[in-house]
Design a protein around this ligand. Structure first.
Ligand code: ZN
Length: 394
């Protein structure tokens, strides 16, 4: 970013290098006789262009020239109603409108899904507003307990996690979900299972809607939070699939188009763009980790840490994400066993806590170690077997 002093302007304004270079000497003189409001408009346009460029760069493979005119590629945007995912919807709407105005068609079709993790009237209110603001898109809303509907049948390994056989068969999905959560022993476990099930609902909906990939609204800051939180929760083995663009073990691609933008830049974007964006976002207070350790989650601690780091040391956040981006996912095949909860590949059938044991090269009896359940190390920590050590505290 460059600071440029315009003749006659009371103070310098900041412009991104590309915008500053595009101004000729004549334009600078032109600015000199205009009011301060014009300078602010130039600064605003420059910032909006900067944000759009950062996002569109990651949508390169979905340009119109890469699209088959006879078969539209479809993508699903996972909407959480937070600042980032609403911003992503706004920018993608702008991208699709630009593609249509230039070529008469788009490089991809967009569907949107919101997963209700708790019933809140404010969410329904916001969804109505989002649908009004972006009427061209199919914006669906599904309850979290639909995960049991999606995975029912022979592959229903989720119901195996319920405490009794009766619950596995006769109970409606909403009650199954309630029983599953009430069996979890810590706030971190509940947050972890909730995020895992949400991902599965998004994935299953994307598959049933004919989408080839999922767009997640994670900013650089969120990806850094996720990197440390997932590692602390014992999910380091699956990190590449949680934060990297490309193929996922679910048979769909995952893309994070906001990966080069800090959370605070996205918040500024919403303020600068103005109506209707600020009215579509579910406002949350700055993260305060609970004083009560029983209610504190690892995710909240990481969120609070990176929100404070973002203010003065943003390069730390980018470094975390860049470093994680160098991790390579373990090669998998369709034969590789998958975890019954998160559905991530578990190499060599290392289910359960003891099968992993922190040693990548030695393995004890996997069947005994996993108590017959097929959960990865991270999921076993969140949904401990009664005879296994619980994930106490945070
Ligand atoms: Zn798992």
């Amino acid at each position: 970013m460059l600071e440029i002093s315009f003749a006659g302007a009371a103070k310098k304004i900041k412009l991104f290098s590309s915008c500053a270079r595009s101004l000729s000497a004549g334009e600078r003189m032109h600015f000199s006789v205009r009011r301060k409001a014009d300078l602010l408009t130039a600064q605003r346009d420059c910032f909006v262009r900067y944000v759009h460029t950062k996002v569109i760069k990651h949508m390169d493979s979905f340009r119109v020239r890469n699209a088959d005119p006879n078969r539209q590629r479809k993508l699903l945007l996972a909407l959480s109603l937070g600042t980032s995912s609403v911003t992503l919807l706004h920018i993608l709407d702008h991208l699709l409108e630009t593609q249509t105005s230039k070529t008469g068609r788009t490089g991809f079709g967009l569907k949107v899904l919101f997963v209700e993790t708790e019933r809140k009237a404010v969410h329904q209110d916001l969804l109505t507003r989002v649908r009004q603001a972006y009427p061209k898109y199919d914006i669906a809303s599904l309850p979290l307990h639909d995960v049991f509907r999606f995975v029912q049948g022979t592959t229903d390994s989720l119901s195996d996690l319920l405490p009794t056989a009766k619950l596995r068969e006769e109970v409606p999905p909403a009650d199954k979900l309630e029983h599953l959560f009430s069996s979890l022993t810590s706030a971190t476990a509940r947050a972890d299972v909730l995020a895992t099930l949400r991902t599965r609902v998004v994935v299953e909906h994307a598959k049933s809607s004919g989408c080839e990939g999922i767009l997640w609204g994670d900013s650089t800051t969120k990806l850094a939070e996720k990197t440390l939180a997932e590692t602390a929760k014992g999910r380091g083995f699956s990190l590449p699939w949680h934060v990297a663009d490309g193929d996922s073990p679910f048979g769909l691609t995952f893309n994070f188009p906001l990966r080069d933008l800090l959370k605070k830049e996205i918040v500024s974007y919403v303020d600068i763009v103005g109506h209707p964006l600020p009215s579509l976002v579910f406002e949350t207070a700055p993260t305060q980790a609970s004083m009560n350790s029983k209610n504190t989650t690892i995710d909240d601690l990481m969120k609070q840490y990176f929100e404070s780091v973002e203010e003065n040391f943003p390069s730390i956040i980018s470094n975390v994400v860049r470093t994680t981006g160098k991790l390579e996912a373990t090669p998998t095949t369709t034969e590789t066993s998958k975890c019954g909860l998160c559905s991530m590949p578990v190499g060599d059938g290392r289910f359960g806590i003891h099968a992993w044991g922190g040693d990548q090269h030695g393995i004890i009896d996997p069947a005994r170690a996993s108590h017959g359940r097929r959960l990865c190390y991270g999921c076993t920590r969140s949904v401990p077997h009664t005879t296994e050590t619980a994930n106490g505290g945070i």
